[in-house]
Ligand binder design. Structure first.
Ligand SMILES: C[S@@+](CC[C@H](N)C(=O)[O-])C[C@H]1O[C@@H](n2cnc3c(N)ncnc32)[C@H](O)[C@@H]1O
Length: 330
């Protein structure tokens, strides 16, 4: 019997027999005949089995159900035993988009006040609970970069723009979750000529360049799905080095973690504090996160994180910043 609770680090390449991808909120992209979609690269690859879940039967999901009615055991029954599990969740963004539904939110307290926003907030935390219950090897939750999800669970682990993955439009997108290491997340600056430009401040022109059908508009780029699948496969097939194999770091180079990421080096003593945010986690209860300004690009980063925007990370700077706070608090 497969032990689902094994740590991914315990595995060697030859016992990864059954690789499963579970696509929650699969939508149009979960259909086997669609080019794009969150799980499209997993669908196309040999060696992966994909299971899709959506409430709308027109997308022909493997399990047609309201996520709020599901428990982890339902999803385990759906996918069966596995050796590797990746969960993808393209959570609906309608109520989280900062472009609308302002009357559904307390915009100062950053809390849902309307019935629909409350339901979607409950669905977000329920989804996170399902993922936690499944304990996948890796998981990715997708929403617009500036989604109100930021208010509820903090900033994403990474951001991308769809134009960098073969789409005509920019669509800055956040990826939350526990990701396979080593992936380069590609994004372009606002106003770059690689996508339909935002000539209006509210992004209307760029939105107009997107497909009018909401199912197509929310389609996840195939190339981004491939980048995620490749990172997962590399992580699975490359066991972590043992201590004796670790390279000797002699020059404090920018590839600090040996993950191929080019991290900017910034000469700074400590980080500037940017405030805190408290939210209710269905499992952990009240959770408070503290934020600091990335010294390289100014993006908010929470304690001990590397910057999702520019990848800056410096263990010594984090240690100094946090020990200074402890000392100040004494
Ligand atoms: C943003 S789209 C997903 C896009 C898709 N991941 C892709 O790659 O094309 C959101 C999907 O969530 C589904 N959905 C909305 N509410 C749901 C619920 N309560 N339970 C399950 N699925 C739901 C919608 O039917 C829709 O297909």
């Amino acid at each position: 019997m497969t032990d689902r609770t094994r740590d991914v680090d315990d595995r060697s390449a030859d016992d990864t027999d059954r690789r499963v991808c579970l696509d929650l909120f699969s939508g149009l992209g979960g259909r086997k005949d669609t080019e794009h979609g969150f799980s499209s690269a997993f669908q196309a690859a040999d060696g992966w089995e994909v299971f899709t879940v959506d409430v709308d039967e027109k997308f022909d999901p493997d399990l047609c159900a309201d996520i709020l009615d599901l428990r982890p055991s339902d999803l385990r029954d759906l996918v069966g035993d596995y050796d590797v599990l990746v969960v993808l969740a393209g959570h609906p963004c309608t109520l989280f988009s900062t472009a609308g539904n302002h009357d559904e939110w307390d915009l100062e307290a950053h809390e849902p006040t309307g019935e629909r926003a409350q339901r979607h907030t409950a669905m977000l935390f329920h989804t996170l609970g399902l993922i936690r219950g499944l304990a996948p090897d890796y998981w990715y939750l997708e929403n617009p970069k500036r989604s109100r999800i930021n208010w509820l669970i903090g900033p994403p682990e990474a951001t991308v723009t769809y134009c960098q993955y073969g789409m005509d439009y920019q669509k800055p997108t956040g990826l939350w979750g526990d990701h396979a290491p080593g992936m380069t997340y590609k994004s372009c600056p606002r106003g770059a000529n690689c996508h339909a430009a935002n000539t209006e401040d509210d992004g209307t022109s760029a939105v107009q360049s997107m497909p009018s059908d909401t199912g197509e508009r929310s389609l996840f780029p195939r190339e981004l799905s491939e980048a995620i699948r490749d990172a997962v496969e590399t992580a699975i097939e490359t066991p972590p080095p043992t201590q004796s194999e670790l390279p000797l770091v002699t020059d404090g180079g920018s590839d600090q973690f040996g993950d191929g990421a080019d991290r900017p080096a910034v000469c700074v003593d400590t980080l500037d504090y940017d405030g805190s945010e408290t939210h209710q986690d269905t499992i952990e209860g009240e959770v408070t996160r503290h934020y600091y300004d990335c010294p390289n690009c100014g993006h908010p980063i929470s304690t001990w994180m590397d910057c999702p925007e520019c990848l800056w990370y410096d263990e010594d700077v984090w240690s100094r910043t946090l020990s200074e706070e402890v000392t100040a608090g004494d």
